[in-house]
Design a protein around this ligand. Structure first.
Ligand SMILES: *Cc1c(COP(=O)(O)O)cnc(C)c1O
Length: 393
């Protein structure tokens, strides 16, 4: 084995990725993230960010982060339990718990880390983790790290879930694990029915609400609020990197003893640096805004409905739903990639997804609406879809 052989091996892997059409390339944005961005010298309307409430370039949040830089410094140079906990960090944990209606919360560098550190700490070999087949990659990896029995149920399939609960009835604890919203489909987990099944079988419920926290539900408390089960979910995880400001960071929230044990044993929490104060202050400001964001949530709902309505009228096939993730279905991977390229030529920034991210034959362009989109921008996006389709015949 030589370095040359290793490099040749990596190059052949990359060639294979390219040959199968799966190579991801990154387009560089000049300036801040937002509804309008500059890409390769051209202005584009952004329809592929998780910028649901338009907070990514919101001035109040930017100002709060600036103030925190001045007052609290740049970085902590420590993990939380050595000397990396400021009043700000505890403030955010308390505020988040009050917002979500939980007893306590614990911060992580990302939701990926939160999911990576939660299962191994809470569940052991005697337990069973019953997980939706379409759950996020970080949940899959987090479950892999735990010694618990792994059981998968078909996406949002309550009959299959019940069968798996019965199959695992010899486990000490069973926990049902689901995304609140499935990001490739924009579909919402049937949490009321899931909580009923959990009650009937004595199981716990875990929800990763990354694509919902801040905007789904009347007060933006997420999928549990939308489904009327805010007090019946045992463990919640989520991100600050989407609607809640869009920077970075994640959390686990729930009963106080869950959080207390994570502080003692959760490896990504114990062995990774504290969140930077500017980010914590920015997220606190985002939570302030979320508390009064009824108008933005209404606008977001309206924008998603409007886009769905206009696209359906033009004869496009959409996956039905109510979430601001709107998958426009094309089926064929090559066609979908060409559509996305045509749209980008026309100043509409969108992303195409195909196998292996979604099942074979279900390639799609995933459009994501923001409260910050205007009616004119939504119409421009629809017009570009129509023109791109015509250009491709
Ligand atoms: C985006 C997302 C994550 C990752 O969040 P980060 O904070 O960016 O690591 C985890 N889970 C789900 C369901 C997500 O959508």
């Amino acid at each position: 084995m030589s370095r040359a052989a290793f490099r040749a091996h990596l190059e052949s892997e990359l060639t294979e990725i390219q040959a199968s059409g799966l190579l991801k390339s990154e387009r560089e944005i000049v300036g801040a993230q937002g509804v309008e961005v500059e890409v390769d010298g051209a202005r584009m309307l952004n329809f592929c960010a998780n910028n649901y409430l338009g907070f990514a370039d919101e001035s109040t949040i930017v100002a709060a982060a600036h103030r925190a830089l001045d007052e609290w410094g740049y970085g902590m140079a420590s993990v939380r339990f050595i000397c990396g906990t400021q009043q700000l960090h505890r403030d955010l944990e308390t505020r988040l718990s009050a917002f979500l209606g939980t007893e306590d919360s614990i911060l992580y560098s990302s939701c990926f880390d939160a999911n990576g550190g939660v299962f191994e700490t809470l569940f052991g070999a005697e337990d069973a983790i019953i997980s939706d087949a379409l759950n996020h990659a970080s949940i899959i990896d987090g479950i892999r790290l735990s010694k618990a029995r792994r059981v998968r149920y078909a996406n949002r399939d309550l009959a299959d879930l019940e069968a798996r609960l019965v199959e695992a009835s010899d486990a000490r604890f069973r926990v049902i694990v689901t995304d609140g919203v499935f990001s490739m489909d924009g579909s919402i987990a049937p949490l009321a029915e899931i909580c009923d099944l959990a009650d009937r079988h004595g199981a716990l419920v875990f929800v990763d609400d990354s694509h919902a926290v801040g905007f789904l539900g009347e007060h933006g408390r997420g999928t549990p609020e939308l489904c009327g089960v805010a007090d019946r979910v045992d463990i919640l995880t989520g991100t600050f990197g989407k609607a809640l400001g869009g920077a970075a960071g994640g959390y686990v929230s729930g009963r106080s003893e869950v959080v207390a044990l994570l502080r003692q044993r959760s490896r990504p929490y114990l062995f990774s640096n504290s969140l930077t104060p500017a980010l914590v202050a920015g997220t606190l400001a985002a939570l302030d805004l979320v508390a009064q964001a009824e108008d933005a949530r209404d606008r977001l709902r309206h924008n998603a409905e409007r886009f769905r309505e206009l696209m359906a009228a033009e004869g496009f096939t959409l996956l039905p739903g109510q979430h601001p993730i709107v998958p426009v279905m094309f089926g064929d991977a090559g066609l979908t990639a060409r559509m996305a390229a045509e749209l980008q030529e026309r100043g509409i920034f969108v992303a195409a997804f195909s196998y292996p991210v979604v099942p074979h034959g279900t390639a799609r362009i995933r459009v994501q609406l923001s409260a910050a989109h205007t009616e004119a921008q939504i119409r421009a996006c629809v017009a570009a879809f129509v023109a791109a389709r015509a250009a491709l015949g």
